[in-house]
Design a protein around this ligand. Structure first.
Ligand code: ATP
Ligand code: BTN
Length: 331
């Protein structure tokens, strides 16, 4: 669901995104609203997770620089229909609601999700403008059985796309989390809307932390933002003049990488992807445990197989495990 367009808040954010201080009076004049209304909207923007400094006599300023997403630019550099909804409940849910009328490859991006979700209904923390929330609808002719492999393939595509943009050392945690130095950078959620005539209607969604405030509540595991990952490189190509990270360039790169990987997967299945996965597996040859409901298995991680199952070596030998209810944890 797209909430009623919060036009005034978005207009204020566009003004503040230009940088510097903007007085309540100036904002009010530009938008044709009172200063009291400006102050109310600033509170609402704060509730979206945006930090704003407010200084007597000077006005309001963003705590962190922000370059907003630009749907036109993204659409012109990709071959996918791209929909930008700055404020939405969940980009995955938005596409799931309308798979019947979508072209395969259609992408939805947002600046803020009020009900971003992870696996098994867990919350995905989605403050405004700080991260990427990107979903793509894909019609998979091979049907549901092939969906597991597909969810691994898109993770490989994202890490490789980051590498080609000069971001090294991002790794994968089975089945589809991105890690940097054992901290969660991004999560991927593949959801199935149904099957028609053998084809599966899938929505692939990714949330990647780009410049999230360290004070953000609600995350109960170590996490990292891409901004920190590229911090050592002063002139990193993803850095914009204000110092923030170029989310538009990242969107283009990820959409293109997903489309290529999904087509390759449809033609060749997991062939070739197993080696690509294992090269960037965060836990390869490290001690791990697999949690399956009440059951836990500890052993050494040995990557994945051609079915997309995770391999764990125990005293009984190497076992393959697959299924949406499994969680992998490092030991
Ligand atoms: P697994 O998928 O292996 O069961 P997980 O703990 O990563 O493990 P997910 O459902 O994949 O679980 O992701 C949801 C979890 O991710 C939330 O419970 C929360 O701890 C964490 N999380 C939520 N938002 C973010 C975010 N923006 N960045 C990093 N982690 C987040
Ligand atoms: C996970 O690690 O559990 C997966 C998190 C997936 C989050 C993304 S953000 C874009 C898309 N919309 C959602 O509601 N979830 C996914």
């Amino acid at each position: 669901m797209i909430p009623r367009t919060p036009k005034a808040k978005l207009d204020i954010l566009r003004l503040l995104a230009q940088g510097g201080f903007h007085s309540g009076e100036e904002i009010g004049k530009t938008l044709g609203i009172s200063r009291a209304a400006v102050s109310k909207h600033i509170k609402g923007i704060h509730e979206w997770g945006v930090e704003i400094f407010s200084l007597q006599g000077k006005g309001y300023q963003l705590a962190e620089p922000m370059t907003l997403l630009d749907a036109e630019r993204i659409a012109s550099d990709t071959h996918a229909p791209v929909m930008l909804h700055p404020v939405i409940d969940s980009t995955n849910q938005y596409l799931l609601n309308q798979v019947d009328s979508l072209e395969s490859g259609t992408t939805c991006i947002a600046e803020y999700q009020s009900q971003g979700r992870g696996r098994r209904g867990r919350q995905w923390v989605s403050p405004f403008g700080a991260n990427l929330y990107l979903s793509m609808y894909w019609r998979l002719e091979a049907g549901m059985a092939a969906a597991m492999g597909l969810s691994l393939v898109v993770g490989v595509a994202v890490v490789e796309a980051l590498e080609s943009l000069g971001v090294a050392d991002v790794k994968l945690k089975w089945p589809n989390d991105l890690y940097y130095q054992d901290k969660k950078l991004a999560g991927i959620l593949v959801e199935l809307s149904g099957q028609a005539g053998g084809a599966a209607h899938l929505v692939i969604g990714m949330g990647m932390n780009i410049a999230m405030s360290e004070q953000i509540p609600g995350i109960d595991q170590p996490w990292v933002s891409l901004k920190q990952v590229i911090e050592e490189h002063e002139n990193h190509p993803l850095r914009l003049t204000q110092g923030d990270v170029d989310r538009n360039q990242l969107c283009v790169a990820f959409i293109n990488a997903w489309q290529t990987a999904l087509r390759d997967y449809e033609e060749q299945g997991m062939h070739g992807f197993v080696e690509r996965w294992n090269r960037i597996d965060n836990f390869l040859n490290r001690p791990i445990k697999l949690i399956m409901g009440q059951r836990e298995i500890s052993g050494i991680s040995r990557g994945i197989n051609e079915q997309g199952a995770v391999l764990i070596e125990t005293e009984q030998g190497v076992e393959a495990h697959i299924g949406g209810e499994i969680s992998l944890r490092g030991l």
